[in-house]
Design a protein around this ligand. Structure first.
Ligand SMILES: Cc1cc2nc3c(=O)[nH]c(=O)nc-3n(C[C@H](O)[C@H](O)[C@H](O)COP(=O)(O)OP(=O)(O)OC[C@H]3O[C@@H](n4cnc5c(N)ncnc54)[C@H](O)[C@@H]3O)c2cc1C
Length: 306
């Protein structure tokens, strides 16, 4: 596995296993730093590295509120805000996207923030991921610095292939559910029951499937494989992880029963965090694009990804 992914993949998985909200924050931090290092000038890269070493939290905030105009940027100052911003109130360096019109390519901008500035967590009414401090950010009047060129944010294969990182965090969540299920069966003495054993075995298969997909996707995404193939493979990987997660959630909830939904059972929290964090952009499109790559490929099915 290429150098960066070799360390990052298990880090994302292990953090996700311990806490999915923390994994979400760390994944955003890594994504922002990566984009700065890839598209920023030497001074921006140096400043970001220094800030990160000093413990400042970075994030990528790309989502505009439905129905609102996109975040504006004129005269070096922002106009508007973003929604679904993880780490709102805690992030010190936000990488946001701005568009002159809804159809224009997005321009990345770096925004320095003070603690709590512009943050509103009240719109986050989701059942899970509360500790990710995901909310609305009002950025009007704040200065920002352009990063890279318009459209760089969407540059492929990085844009699609970066999905391996949230899939790695989700994979950690799957492992957390498996761990709680196993502990429950051991504690309750029900693990020897053939139905319970079968579900635990199926959950173990799903968790390992997720891990194998993620590791393979990470290696491809960070290596110099052709862009279309990389994006297709990572798209398949993220959906394989989603499927594994949905299966493991169902198996664990059936095995544990009502307690799985009662606070403070550990399964209750990790299950709602995982169910919420599984919701990532455009899963249908990801599958459709991957299927189109498979359809157009000349290789035999078994050699598609060799
Ligand atoms: C905990 C958490 C933290 C987040 N933090 C951040 C953050 O820090 N920064 C940030 O920018 N974002 C963040 N997000 C937002 C995230 O990146 C996704 O944008 C969001 O979760 C996707 O929501 P959705 O399921 O409604 O996606 P959608 O893409 O709207 O998908 C919903 C369904 O609609 C389908 N669909 C999508 N488009 C179409 C279409 N055109 N026509 C028909 N069907 C369609 C999809 O395939 C899917 O079935 C966060 C999300 C979560 C859950």
């Amino acid at each position: 596995m290429p150098e960066g992914a070799e360390a990052l993949c298990p880090a994302l998985r292990l953090i996700g296993r311990a806490s999915l909200p923390l994994g979400r924050l760390y994944e955003g931090h890594v994504n922002a730093l990566r984009l700065v290092l890839r598209h920023g000038g030497p001074a921006q890269a140096e400043a970001a590295a220094r800030d990160a070493r000093q413990g400042l939290l970075f994030a990528v905030w790309n989502t505009d509120a439905a129905g609102d105009p996109p975040l504006g940027f004129t005269g070096g100052v922002l106009q508007g805000g973003k929604v679904l911003c993880s780490g709102a109130g805690w992030v010190a360096r936000a990488l946001v996207t701005s568009r002159a019109t809804p159809e224009a390519p997005p321009q990345m901008l770096l925004v320095p923030l003070r603690p709590g500035e512009g943050a509103d967590l009240s719109p986050w009414t989701a059942q899970g991921m509360r500790a990710s401090a995901t909310g609305r950010m009002t950025l009007t009047g704040l200065p920002a610095a352009p990063l890279g060129q318009p459209g760089d944010y969407l540059r492929q294969p990085d844009f699609s292939a970066g999905a391996w990182r949230f899939a790695a965090v989700q994979c950690g969540g799957v492992e957390a559910v498996l761990g709680v299920l196993r502990a429950h069966l051991a504690r309750s003495g029900r693990g020897g029951d053939p139905h319970q054993a079968a579900r635990l075995g199926q959950a173990a298969i799903a968790a390992e499937t997720a891990r194998l997909w993620v590791e393979s996707a990470a290696a491809r995404a960070e290596a110099a494989t052709p862009p279309a193939e990389t994006a297709a493979y990572v798209n398949l990987a993220r959906l394989a992880v989603e499927r594994a997660a949905l299966d493991v959630l169902e198996l664990a909830q059936r095995s544990v029963g009502l307690a799985a939904f009662l606070r403070p059972d550990p399964l209750e929290r990790v299950a709602r965090d995982l169910a919420t964090y599984l919701r990532q952009p455009a899963p249908d499109r990801a599958l459709g694009e991957a299927a189109a790559t498979v359809l157009g490929a000349a290789a035999e099915p078994g050699d598609l990804w060799c």
